[in-house]
Design a protein around this ligand. Structure first.
Ligand code: BTN
Length: 325
């Protein structure tokens, strides 16, 4: 860890506590000048650091900048072995993590970015990823002996984890539109893009990049025209350390379920949060659109639907998406 990173970890661990330059220097076994330089470095990165004579330095109480140190302090033991990397900017955290996965990165490598210049959504769409107001993260998983069809479990677990983490902080209920869109008060606040790489030899999943995008706060200049009527944010206004808390919450809830992937409790939670079960929907697929009633989500996270002619079908996500009628 650099001096700057160590100071940030100290400030994050004990928010609100002042540390004198002398004390920091002694703790980290560096010179006072090195402390001063590192504090200035943090300020340049946007951290607001209070400096009071006879007291010292501390992180301003309402600082809300995503960082490894900031996330780690909220992490449950189940996440302690994760390898987090927080970047100020990435083209797409999914694309970057795929490169790392191909180069052999282990399960539990996580990339988070403060903004994405080419954030990707499902079905080739882009994902609006402005700086400072969103959370964009990708998690590398290497599940044992999973078939591509079972990979939908990962998306399902992630959707439940996002709901739980958002609700814990915002206190507002969230809903899931099958298969992977999270809604709050009728607006989409989060989307999930799960990309698997499959072994040519045995057809099993070699690695999965689980990409999660959350609109945390309303963007300063509003959402772009094309999503203005449909997009929303998890929190109306600034939360104390909201982004670090939310990132840690998503990881904590997700890995708690992922650890026991053979159990299916999360399906119950998923069902309870479904925005579509019991509703009239339009199924959009490459072969055309069809009207149906969504009947249930089964144990494998397929959507059971009944068409107007009475025929029922079990849909897996693939190329399909749905619209509430
Ligand atoms: C969707 O709603 O269509 C899915 C959106 C997924 C967005 C996330 S943000 C982090 C990760 N990196 C990407 O480029 N996409 C995913």
């Amino acid at each position: 860890m650099t001096t700057k990173e160590s100071i940030l970890a100290l400030f994050e661990e004990q928010r609100g506590v002042y540390f004198s330059g002398e004390e920091i220097a002694a703790r980290l076994a560096v010179s006072r000048a090195a402390v001063w330089k590192a504090v200035n470095g943090l300020r340049k990165e946007g951290y607001e650091i209070d400096a009071v004579s006879n007291k010292g330095y501390r992180l301003a109480a309402d600082t809300d900048i995503l960082s490894t140190q900031g996330i780690e302090k909220y992490q449950d033991p189940v996440c302690r072995t994760l390898n987090l990397c927080v970047l100020p900017e990435a083209e797409s955290t999914n694309t970057l993590l795929r490169e790392k996965a191909n180069a052999g990165a282990p399960e539990g490598t996580v990339i988070l970015a403060n903004t994405q210049t080419k954030g990707r959504g499902r079905r080739g769409r882009s994902f609006y990823s402005p700086a400072d107001t969103g959370l964009y993260l990708s998690i590398l998983l290497r599940p044992d002996g999973m078939t591509p069809d079972q990979a939908v479990k990962i998306t399902t677990m992630a959707a439940v984890a996002v709901c739980e983490a958002v609700e814990e902080i915002s206190g507002k209920e969230t809903w899931i539109k099958w298969v992977n869109d999270i809604y709050q008060e009728g607006r989409k606040i989060s989307g999930i893009l799960t990309e698997a790489s499959v072994s040519m030899e045995n057809g099993s999943v070699e690695s999965v990049i689980l990409g999660i995008g959350i609109n945390v706060y309303p963007p300063e200049s509003g959402f772009p025209e094309d999503i203005r009527e449909t997009a929303g944010s998890a929190f109306d206004g600034k939360q104390n350390d909201g982004k670090n808390r939310l990132a840690a919450g998503v990881l904590n809830y997700f890995f708690k379920e992922y650890e026991r992937i053979d159990r299916t409790d999360y399906v119950e939670k998923y069902r309870a949060k479904s925005l579509v079960v019991g509703k009239e929907i339009t199924i959009l697929s490459p072969s055309g659109n069809r009207q149906a009633t969504a009947l249930d989500v089964d144990q494998d996270c397929h959507l059971i639907v009944r068409y107007e002619n009475g025929q029922t079908e079990r849909l897996s996500s693939g190329e399909i998406s749905i619209r509430l009628s």
